[in-house]
Design a protein around this ligand. Structure first.
Ligand code: GLC
Length: 729
């Protein structure tokens, strides 16, 4: 974030006037009281002992809190009001994992722009987003909140969301400060169990988990939130190496770092701090500038400084960072710049954007015999499933301020889409996703029998993903697969639409349905997006931002894995039943795969079908040998060989064949979403700087080595044309 000379001068001048207790007050964030202002809070505001509040959801109260702080305290330093605006404020956009499935960062930027306007009008100055934790584990419930398994894709989305929230000018009334979270390595929690231990070697920390945060910093992110997990024995919230050395010293971050909720105090439970006084000392030493909710700073920092255990310079640095953002937000000049008038309801433009993003995020996984798109002239359609007409669950995790009356459900949208001559036979079949109540099954089966096609809306309630909601089994919850199996016996073709916050292991039911649309949790405009795809107004174009395992036993499973010394060869079989009795020990081939499930995923990273077909041809390089200072120019022709205009996401992967540290078998290094008419061919080009083809050493240094590379261009991480090039000294 470029330093503004005037602001720096104002920060220094204000800091010089502050007493120690007022400085520490700026480092304290507390939760709102849902519209109430207890006397104790009023008094603390007057004494300058609070610098920020989160979740004050009553705009008028937010304004009154600001007035007290501005007019009744000695220095009148305004509060910064925060809120989790993760994928929309009033207009709820698809969950971030779904937004990543569009492979179009500009859409995430546009969504964040809308969210910023709506949240600012409700009196919030700061969102705790974007969440950019890379993860290889769909058991982890927070996979829903991030951008999936790839650091390159995740970095582009993280930067785009920061730009969307913050706009070009933080002080304008419809922009809010963003927050890069959770710093760092939270998605590496062992076992996919939230808050769990993370072991991350330094080279992997720099190659996989840090890059999205670096991208967010380069996009000017105003704040960073420390994570709950520990990294190699040191909690992320007390981690001098990651916060002070990398973020603040090496990257020169000049915004401020807020702890996650109570994550400072949790260092006692981690076994890293003795008591809250030790928490205060280790948090400020690591570089936590503001403490969210817990009270180590307000209770002990002043004493630690007075006793010379903590140098006041650390307090001054923290306070300058906080004041800098408050000045950039314009809170001093116009404390009520945020008008605190709630939007009556989402405007049409916002809803149209929400629909566009949802439409582009949905991934077509199967389309047997081109069942989709359906004809609108069908005589009868059965709409079944617990997610078919639920306006709440499709909003997904971390929906805080979206209203269910805004949601257009799939059932409503299908009814809107078809004419009066189509009979819509609706039954939920199950009251909610976890239900095992089979009492409606007979009726559902009957409706399926009398219909020409079944649209089955399955998935996860929103509570089953998100924070603290890891799952050990990733099947469809409840009795959904039982009902699908029973309906499949009727012989009526089934379109399965899955609405979930993570990849699910749906391998057991794939053969029982004819088509599958994976719609994630699509938000307010869930129904219209799905209906447009089902009836062919638009072709599906989403691509998976995360690998789908066949079963939990394959996890962690991700496309950019290492080759190992005994990579699995050919197509592995689920061969455990084929093993001859008393087979000779090494007769089965000694390679890295599971005897009972093979090694391929259910669906690979980058995968997604279309109603048309795309053909890749004529992959060529301008030169096949380049120096480190050069760039590789790549060209490929893509043709729409089908009969429908549609989008394709052209993806470019490389593999560094030999290096001083082993490199992944594939690395995404470029992608472009293009739209082609039937029979249209377009020449697509990429320019790949050799400087972007390096990796980090175990000392955390970035290097680019000479050597041979494979290069692929195709429609997913498994497909495509291949060529080779070399980086030469
Ligand atoms: C939560 C989450 C964090 C969120 C914060 C405030 O525990 O970990 O992502 O922003 O608390 O709600």
């Amino acid at each position: 974030m470029a330093a503004d000379k005037d602001i720096e001068k104002q920060v220094e001048e204000l800091l010089a006037k502050m007493m120690l207790s007022e400085k520490i007050g700026q480092m304290v964030q507390i939760n709102g009281f849902k519209g109430k202002i207890p006397d104790e809070l009023r008094q603390k505001l007057r004494e300058g002992k609070i610098g920020s509040m989160l979740n004050e959801i009553v705009p008028e109260t937010s304004l009154e809190l600001q007035r007290i702080t501005r007019e009744e305290s000695r220095l009148g330093i305004p509060l910064i009001m925060g809120r989790d605006v993760i994928h929309g404020y009033r207009t709820i956009f698809p969950i971030p994992l779904a937004q990543a499935a569009t492979w179009e960062p500009s859409l995430a930027q546009a969504a964040a722009r809308v969210a910023a306007k709506e949240a600012a009008h409700a009196g919030f100055h700061w969102t705790f987003a974007p969440m950019m934790d890379i993860t290889h584990d769909p058991r982890w419930g927070r996979i829903a909140e991030g951008f999936g398994e790839d650091s390159y894709l995740g970095s582009l989305f993280a930067a785009a969301m920061v730009r969307g929230f913050q706009g070009d000018n933080l002080s304008s009334p419809d922009t809010i400060a963003a927050c890069a979270k959770h710093y760092v390595g939270y998605g590496a929690a062992e076992g996919g169990r939230d808050y769990n231990t993370a072991y991350i070697p330094e080279n992997l920390l720099h190659d996989v988990y840090l890059p999205p945060f670096k991208a967010a910093l380069e996009a000017g992110v105003a704040s960073v939130m420390s994570a709950f997990n520990e990294i190699n024995g040191v909690p992320a919230t007390g981690n001098v190496h990651t916060i002070r050395e990398i973020l603040k010293e090496r990257w020169k971050f000049d915004g401020f770092v807020v702890s996650d909720w109570n994550s400072t105090a949790e260092m006692i439970s981690h076994g890293y701090c003795e008591d809250m006084k030790d928490v205060a000392k280790k948090s400020i030493t690591a570089g936590i500038d503001m403490e969210m909710q817990s009270t180590a700073y307000s209770d002990y920092l002043e004493e630690l400084v007075t006793q010379k255990v903590v140098p006041e310079e650390l307090i001054d640095d923290a306070v300058k960072r906080i004041l800098r953002i408050k000045f950039k937000l314009g809170l001093f000049e116009k404390p009520s710049v945020y008008s605190a008038k709630l939007p009556e309801k989402p405007d049409e433009e916002s809803l149209a954007l929400a629909k566009e993003i949802a439409t582009k995020s949905i991934v077509l996984l199967k389309n047997e015999n081109k069942l989709l798109p359906l004809l609108k002239e069908l005589k009868s359609i059965a709409v079944i499933g617990p997610m078919a007409d639920d306006p709440y669950e499709v909003l997904g995790t971390w929906n805080r301020d979206g209203k269910i009356e805004d949601t257009v459900t799939p059932l409503a949208a299908v009814r809107d889409m078809v004419g009066d001559n189509t009979e819509i036979n609706y039954i939920a079949g199950l009251p909610y996703s976890r239900s095992k109540d089979t009492s409606e099954f007979a009726k559902a089966i009957k409706l399926a029998k009398k219909s020409e096609v079944v649209l089955f809306f399955a998935g996860e309630e929103s509570i089953l993903s998100g924070e603290a909601h890891s799952r050990a089994f990733l099947n469809l919850p409840g009795a959904q697969d039982v009902l699908i199996t029973e309906i499949a016996k009727t012989g009526t073709p089934i379109v399965l639409i899955v609405l979930a916050g993570r990849p699910l292991c749906i391998g057991d039911i794939i053969e029982k349905v004819d088509a599958i649309l994976y719609a994630w949790h699509p938000g307010t405009m869930c129904g219209p997006a799905i209906a447009d795809l089902i009836f062919g107004i638009e072709s599906p174009s989403g691509k998976l931002p995360v690998t789908f395992p066949k079963t939990e036993g394959q996890i962690p499973i991700y496309y950019n894995h290492k080759n190992s010394g005994r990579p699995p060869e050919g197509k592995s079989l689920t061969m455990i039943d084929d093993i001859p009795l008393r087979a000779y020990q090494s007769s089965l081939g000694d390679t890295s795969r599971y005897l009972d499930i093979g090694f391929e995923p259910l669906y690979p990273f980058g995968y997604g079908l279309s109603y048309t077909q795309f053909e890749y041809s004529n992959l060529r390089l301008a030169e096949d040998k380049i120096k480190v200072s050069d760039a590789i120019k790549v060209f490929v022709d893509v043709t729409n060989t089908g009969d429908m205009e549609a989008d394709e996401v052209v993806q470019l992967y490389i593999r560094d064949l030999v290096a001083s540290l082993t490199r992944p078998v594939k690395e995404l290094k470029g992608f472009k979403r293009i739209r082609l008419k039937p029979n249209e061919t377009r020449k697509i080009n990429f320019e790949l700087s050799a400087s972007n083809l390096g990796f980090h050493t175990n000392e955390g240094n970035y290097i680019v080595e000479a050597g041979k590379f494979n290069l692929w261009v195709g429609g997913d991480s498994n497909a495509g044309l291949m060529t080779q090039f070399e980086i030469v000294e």
